[in-house]
Design a protein around this ligand. Structure first.
Ligand SMILES: Cc1cc2nc3c(=O)[nH]c(=O)nc-3n(C[C@H](O)[C@H](O)[C@H](O)COP(=O)(O)OP(=O)(O)OC[C@H]3O[C@@H](n4cnc5c(N)ncnc54)[C@H](O)[C@@H]3O)c2cc1C
Ligand SMILES: NC(=O)c1ccc[n+]([C@@H]2O[C@H](COP(=O)([O-])OP(=O)(O)OC[C@H]3O[C@@H](n4cnc5c(N)ncnc54)[C@H](OP(=O)(O)O)[C@@H]3O)[C@@H](O)[C@H]2O)c1
Length: 435
């Protein structure tokens, strides 16, 4: 009998799970559901629009999707359009690969003031993600703070710091490009609570900031004193770059990135919108940040909190509120229900990290095959009928290919790799001939 597997979330971990299932050498059908009409998750909606080489990983996922036993069910949200229990009745196994779609909170006063945003929102907005197109970012502000020093914080910093010419070859959304063209941002503060050795960013990403056309980078040499990376290769490489940046004189460029270490945000202040951040100066104790009595005000008009993503619970599946993940053992939640990617291990790791992760989960699924009993209806057609009866417009993989081709065509007209559809309504009306 053919094994029927549903994947919930056609992002990187979902595509790697499908790949691993097809490589098992058994008869298997994979239906991948995504709440968006577009596949590939954060590869499309997270990875920076000016990192087009990275976006080419889509070709690998396209190959997986071309398997004759793979089907894409775009525009179907599990937990809304179909309950988990209903879904499970059509499949032997379900793998949740739904990522970590919201942001971790700082838990400080003023976090929700107008002008204080999660990086998640800004990233989604400039990447054309339909969820974030209604956000309004006031880029008339000259001074901007970014809290956190991971690679997402670096992406946000770089997008704010680049010139329109530097962004021209990206697939940044037209609305974002329009606003960035008018940007008055001058000083960008990249704020980490610990030191250079503990910084979460990686060498290539911090190094890239040093090569921007019209933006200087300032690293305080005193922050690099007494930094011993030991045999930590990542820290060694970061430190090398930071040392080079710290001795590079400012070149009088229009913008400047100020890399701040050892500072924790304690309060975001303002009336109608953000005006100031109170920073606590930290010292390190066993690599942990410990607050001293020293405080510092940083006047900024815009704040991006980039301290990590966080999972969204799905009704009908257990959820660990503290960690923001679905609790599991080697990818198994219970026989017949599995997880992979950011919803399994938390919001860290690059695209490729999800490949071994999904392979591990598929191995757990494989060993459960003899005891999988959830599937009551083996007909995908009857599932499609059910969705139709609920007025859900399913977007197939060939529908996505039409959207993809149209985005590339519009991009060509605009002299960029693609011009994305940024609303689900527009995508559906393009597909169904109402535009
Ligand atoms: C801003 C940013 C930039 C990054 N840049 C890079 C980079 O340059 N290079 C790199 O290697 N890695 C990068 N990463 C990391 C990489 O994107 C992640 O490792 C990877 O996307 C995680 O994959 P995932 O499948 O677990 O989650 P996701 O990519 O988030 O995919 C989850 C999918 O599930 C869908 N979904 C969610 N809920 C439901 C539901 N209820 N029903 C149906 N579908 C649902 C979503 O629409 C989405 O398509 C970046 C991450 C971020 C946040
Ligand atoms: N180009 C790329 O390859 C690329 C681009 C983007 C993202 N990614 C990957 O995607 C993953 C997620 O990236 P991310 O940047 O969201 O997460 P991340 O790498 O975990 O970085 C989170 C940052 O937030 C800080 N932080 C957390 N809680 C904080 C708090 N309460 N107060 C102050 N600072 C706090 C962390 O500092 P501490 O270390 O002190 O906790 C860290 O600097 C990473 O694996 C990343 O490498 C890769």
């Amino acid at each position: 009998m053919t094994l029927r597997v549903a994947i919930i979330g056609a992002g990187p971990s979902g595509m790697y799970a499908a790949d691993a299932l097809f490589k098992l050498g058994i008869s298997v059908e994979v239906d991948a559901f995504d709440r968006l009409p577009t596949p590939y998750g954060l590869l499309r909606g997270g990875v920076a629009p000016d990192h087009q080489k990275m976006k080419s990983v889509a070709k690998y996922y396209d190959r997986v999707a071309s398997h004759p036993n793979f089907s894409f069910f775009g525009n179907v949200k599990i937990g809304r359009d179909l309950s988990v229990e209903e879904l499970r009745s059509y499949y032997d196994a379900c793998i949740f690969t739904c990522g970590a779609e919201t942001d971790k909170k700082l838990g400080i006063t003023g976090e929700d003031l107008p002008g204080s945003f999660a990086a998640t929102e800004f990233v989604g907005w400039y990447n054309g993600h339909p969820d974030f197109q209604n956000r309004v970012f006031d880029l008339s502000q000259e001074r901007v703070a970014i809290i956190g020093q991971g690679n997402v914080a670096i992406d946000v910093t770089r997008i704010l710091a680049k010139t329109p010419q530097e962004l021209a070859s990206s697939d940044i959304s037209a609305a974002a490009m329009d606003l960035l063209l008018k940007s008055k941002v001058k000083d960008i503060y990249l704020i980490g609570r610990r030191g250079p050795i503990q910084a979460a960013f990686t060498k290539m990403e911090i190094e890239e900031l040093g090569h921007l056309e019209d933006c200087d980078v300032v690293v305080q040499p005193k922050d690099l004193e007494n930094c011993d990376p030991g045999d930590n290769h990542k820290a060694q490489k970061n430190l090398e770059v930071l040392r080079a940046l710290s001795v590079k004189p400012r070149e009088g460029k229009s913008k400047c990135i100020h890399v701040y270490f050892y500072r924790s945000p304690l309060e975001i202040q303002g009336d109608a919108s953000v005006k100031n951040i109170v920073l606590g100066i930290n010292r390190l104790e066993n690599s942990n940040a410990v607050l001293t009595d020293e405080r510092e005000d940083l006047n900024v008009g815009l704040v991006f909190r980039s301290v990590g993503y966080y999972g969204v619970p799905i009704p009908g599946v257990i959820f660990d509120e503290k960690k923001g993940v679905i609790p599991n053992v080697i990818g198994r939640v219970e026989p017949g229900l599995y997880v992979s990617g950011w919803i399994k291990r938390g919001p860290s790791g690059v695209l490729g990290s999800n490949k071994p992760d999904s392979t591990e989960t598929v191995q757990s699924l494989l060993s459960d095959i003899p005891i999988l009993t959830h599937c009551k209806n083996r007909s995908t057609d009857s599932l499609i009928k059910l969705l139709k009866s609920r007025h859900v417009t399913v977007v197939t993989f060939s529908d996505w290919q039409r959207l993809d081709a149209e985005e590339q065509r519009r991009g060509q007209e605009a002299g960029k790799p693609r011009e994305k559809f940024t609303s689900i309504t527009d995508m559906l009306s393009f597909l169904h001939g109402e535009n």
